[in-house]
Design a protein around this ligand. Structure first.
Ligand code: ATP
Ligand code: MG
Length: 230
């Protein structure tokens, strides 16, 4: 179990390869204090998603370990890890069902009031309320009731409601209209507050707001520091 963690994350000498002889990570060391936000940047294939895959235990490292509040994540149940490490993926996952169900995904016990509170906090309530069926509007996995930006806000509301101590966010590269973009930036601040976060960052604003920026290249950490330092 991972009871009442604060969200201190430590990567110790992480080495990983998907295929023998082709290292994807070559010894990553990183100590992230509870509540810090980390932006991961680097070329395609540099290992950003791989680090996040190891933090989620989608794979185990070949060498080294990931510690959360001092616990090796291989020694805690997957269930407790999932409840403490939330993920918002680039290709935001919307399934066929109502908007309400999409937000409650992962917190099925949430009341309608809680769903609305989460949606309000990330600036999703207004556009939801404008839909003819509001929160009961049916959306499709690949449908076009929602714009890309709106899908992102829904996934933010979902993450906020799930309330994990550690949050991983693979930022979308899709172009989004300026108004929604501003909402997303504000929503992101709300979502990240008080959590340890790792963001595969594409937006300059996200990189600027991060406590620490990690630059990856071919599976190695080249630099780390704040926006001012780099
Ligand atoms: P991007 O910016 O394109 O998302 P990334 O920094 O997230 O790139 P990774 O996905 O971590 O990069 O990939 C690191 C290396 O591992 C690359 O060489 C990639 O080809 C390889 N790789 C990633 N996923 C797999 C996989 N499932 N099977 C085999 N090799 C993989
Ligand atoms: Mg990636």
């Amino acid at each position: 179990e991972l009871p009442n963690i604060v969200g201190h994350v430590k990567f110790e000498n992480l080495v990983f390869e998907y295929e023998k002889g082709r290292p994807a990570l070559k010894g990553i060391h990183l100590d992230v204090k509870a509540g810090q936000s980390i932006a991961l940047v680097g070329h395609t294939g540099s290992g950003k998603s791989t680090i996040m895959n190891l933090l989620c235990r989608f794979y185990d490292p070949v060498e080294g370990r990931v510690l959360i509040d001092g616990h090796d994540i291989r020694e805690v149940t997957i269930q407790s890890l999932r409840s403490q490490v939330g993920i918002v993926l680039q290709d935001t996952f919307i399934f066929s069902g109502t908007i309400r169900d999409n937000i409650r995904f992962g917190r099925l016990d949430a009341t309608d009031a809680e769903v609305e509170m989460a949606a309000r906090a990330v600036y999703a309530h207004d556009f939801i309320a404008e839909l003819p069926q509001g929160y009961d509007t049916e959306v499709q996995e690949r449908g076009n009731v929602l714009s890309m930006g709106q899908r992102q806000l829904i996934s933010f509301a979902r993450a906020l409601l799930a309330d994990p101590r550690i949050l991983i966010l693979d930022e979308a590269t899709a172009s989004i209209d300026t108004e929604t973009e501003l909402k997303i930036q504000e929503a992101l601040k709300t979502l990240l507050a008080g959590r340890t976060s790792f963001i595969v960052a594409h937006r300059l604003s996200t990189i600027r707001n991060a406590d620490k920026i990690i630059v990856l290249d071919h599976g190695q950490m080249m630099e780390s520091g704040s926006h001012e330092e780099l």
